[in-house]
Design a protein around this ligand. Sequence first.
Ligand code: PAF
Length: 285
Amino acid sequence: MQRVETTAALRALLKQWRQSGDRIAFVPTMGDLHAGHLALVKEARQHAERVVVSIFVNPLQFGENEDFDHYPRLLERDSEKLKAVGVDLLFSPPVAEVYPNGLQGVVRVDVPTISSILCGASRPGHFSGVATVVSKLLNMVQPDCAVFGEKDFQQLLVIKKLVSDLCFSSEIIGVPTCREIDGLAMSSRNRYLTDSQRQQAPMLNQALQKAKKAVTGASLVDFQKIAEQATISLNKSGFKVDYFEVRRAADLAKPMRDNDEFVILVAAWLGSARLIDNVRVPIPR
Ligand code: PAF
């Protein structure tokens, strides 16, 4: 595996590979890699001869009270993991390489509407930070495809919309959420859970599965009631629910009974960890 930190070195390598006719798949990450990230790499490998992974903790997507300074930076450990799964190139730029003119007044990419609901309502500016850095990284790498996890379902839709509206040529591929054996979605944030919170955490996915049954089971489904019941039950169990919502899967608009597919999304605090998860609900018609 090769490693580069500058866009110039990245582009020089990519140029050689493209000249040999290789397709390039890209997996952007913020590091602290777990099995979920390695599943993204595996998927990337199905689509291209060359797999590029970036590790960049993006300051622009963290709010003032969020954990940017304490976000785990484990480059050497992550690099070993990527080498072991056959990644071709690790791109780990410093902040000044991605934001050469600083963060103040930086050109921002804003994906309206979808960025201001759900996680965007609780984390103002977060999705603009994500959309901006993903645009920059896609411009730097110019991959044939880029792979993202479906755990961050709202993020995936934001990225699909920006790629479509800004005419990027990369195909965006979503990969189903990787779960621990008890159903908890894999996440770097799980490290913040105490032992007893870790025992409780799978209740989030259980609540989603129960809501999914309710959405598919009844002919006159009351989306709001399903979400309210799940919220009450999770709050009683020690979570602090930020939102629990049934939405139209295509764009996270409010659900209508005749939609083809729903997604149920949850964000909830358990101690100091803000956990997110979702489940898709296709409706066979
Ligand atoms: O999902 C992430 O790890 C980040 O939001 C991303 C897409 C790498 C952008 O910084």
